[in-house]
Design a protein around this ligand. Sequence first.
Ligand code: ADP
Length: 437
Amino acid sequence: MFSSWIDELWYVLGFTIAAVVLGLISGYPLLFLLFGVLTYLGWNLLNLYRLQRWLNEGRKFQPPVSSGLWEEVFNEIYRMQVRNRKRKRKLTQMLNRFQEATSALPDATVVLSIHGEIEWFNDAAHKMLGLRWPFDAGQRIANLVRHPKFIEFMAAADYSKTVELPSPADTGMLLAALIVPYGDKRLLIARDITRLQHLEEVRRDFVANVSHELRTPLTVVNGFLETLNSTSEECPGTWVRPLQLMREQAMRMENIVNDLLMLSRLETDQQTRVPTAVDVADMSRMLVNEAHALSGDHAHRIALDVDAQLWLRGNHNELHSAFSNLIFNAVRYTPAGGEIRIRWFQDQHGAHWVISDTGEGIAPHDLPRLTERFYRVDAGRSRQRGGTGLGLAIVKHVLNRHAAQLHIESELGKGSVFSCDFPASAIIAPPAVTNLD
Ligand code: ADP
């Protein structure tokens, strides 16, 4: 480029000298100089015009023919254009490949604007969400997928959650949808979970059926074992211990079956049955009496501090089951003479049923897994104390169904606090309130 400039300067110099020399020879130097300058200006204007025309006619690929510095400029622009075209082709190919890959995804993928308007979607979105291209482009997704759960999900804009809904295009298909935000866009991804749902149903039915089928034979076995009273004098000495063990184990099996049935009922019924007014204070008092019986010789000290005016709107049996599991756990896992305290009170956040004990406590790494089925810190100890490993799973399910939450705090060797936190909306006044529509 630099050498072209030098050439150009030489040309200009040569041209000027030639004009001046010719001017001197002919006796009109200024006129010849003016003529030379005007010719040079005209040449530049002509090239400027060619450049503008070439750039305007985007389709014409070859640069205009010229010479000198202008030729250099044309060629440089031409090279830039070639490079840009190549880059553009590469980008388009990449974009096409990306779109092909996204289109081939089995999950429905929809690109949404920040306001939820559809910008692009793949084939699966057409099949699973019933979207049609190009008619639905620019429409708000919540206007097209009208399931109430989905509309609520879009309005909440909580991207950590997923929502399950039946496919608008195929009623037999169940979808799980989630939103991934990126840049100023949102990516809606919906997956077909019909098979998963079916497997889950099969698992639930299987557990419920097995538990149900086991219940009758167990009741019979238990009944006979009760009749075969090992303490009676007719019972031969060698049978005393086996009979006692058989009774204990049969009782354990019955407890497990009952807990499994309770869990499958909680899982199967979508909502808690028609809510009733539950007198939690009274329920706690009765449970404490039972806890004293369970404690027996261990003589736990059980303190009850309850607000009798605080009633809950909920399912009596389910709440009874949850609270009894927590109280019996406290008795089971607190050494003899230990203290157990139950409180039932209200604050600005809602109502709280809290049970604390001075028992053996739970290590921090066990806390997150406690509510899993059959998760025990020490399986042997749990069995020996009559636990089924399902108690806290039941508590969690029951509380979920009451829009409540379970919080556990514990320190090894010091004791544990289990807190059931109910929302203020679940609180009702006693006892005249019977109309709970
Ligand atoms: P289990 O029938 O074994 O008691 P749960 O689901 O009720 O089953 O409890 C799970 C585990 O949590 C228990 O095995 C026990 O290790 C621990 N746990 C529950 N409650 C307490 C408590 N109050 N103190 C100490 N550990 C507890």
